[in-house]
Design a protein around this ligand. Sequence first.
Ligand code: KG4
Ligand code: ZN
Length: 344
Amino acid sequence: MSLVLGIESSCDETAVALVDSTRVIRAQRIASQDAEHAPYGGVVPEIAARAHAERLAPMIETVLNDAGVSLNECDAIAATAGPGLIGGVMVGLVSAKALAMASDTPLLAINHLEGHALSPRLADPALEFPYLLLLVSGGHCQILLVQGVGRYRRLATTIDDALGEAFDKTAKILGLGFPGGPAVERLAREGDSGAVPLPRPLMGSKEPHFSFAGLKSAVLRAKESGQHTDADIAASFQQAAIECLLDRLSHALDQIDSIPTLVVAGGVAANLAVRSALEELAGNHGMGFTAPPLALCTDNAAMIAWAGIERLPLGHFDPLDFAARPRWPLDPNAEPVRGAGVKA
Ligand code: KG4
Ligand code: ZN
């Protein structure tokens, strides 16, 4: 049995977890920085980096103590090395390097997106490669063909905003505070999803990608018109977003050979309306459907440790001078799109 310590610090969650190859999370700690960033309505990179630096070392000690494990018993130390806010990524990666050096344990520099992409396999032992993955988070919105560990083909990405970002901006427009996704989901339950006419950007388009910037602007106009309740706006926004996801996934399924399972991961995968719409889509295509439990959807370190466990059999460890990467596409061969595509 192998054992990996995972460290995550790429955005606003400081997280440490110890996971073994039988899929047991031996111990974990996660500290959200919501309170620090809330006054600014979004994540402030300098505040995030400082908070990671203050919290990480004691959290690592606590996790090892909780599990009754010493560093020498770990087969590797896995840390997010990008993409993300570079200050925070460096805090986690430098800590991992120091621990790796001190305990003579191998280092694994993990792509945060690979953590999300493989997280469904931590929760579901029956989930085998290949699968079609919708990765929807605050920084990314991609459709990926996951063929194996380290083998990802990007079929679509966003040409402007990520979906989580659109949820967060909608929350801001409606005065729901930060982080916005869960608040929009809650309010949407009280609204009429057909009440506010909102666009479905790129729906039906021949190009494979997503776009959410126009939807966000339409939400702002709907709010400013004063003609709709916030609940109706939230529900209509969520419905429009879901229809975009379904349309773009259907387009992707038309482009590839049949594939047994649809999988969703990333923070927006915690949204129950999104999950049930995707489950229905999978059923209509005769596919199975898997979504990680809610706590594994948003940023966490168990998924980073698990990505480390998945990479152990490949035998590729990383050198201690591995540099943090603010940008790090999962599929280096993916064609660039007209927008920026990848943020955070
Ligand atoms: O994966 P994640 O924790 O961090 C990134 O890697 O970006 O995703 C965070 C994003 C935020 O934009 C947040 O608003 C969104 O996921 N999110 C949700 C929900 N829970 C988190 N969006 C919609 N509904 C939710 N329940
Ligand atoms: Zn993430």
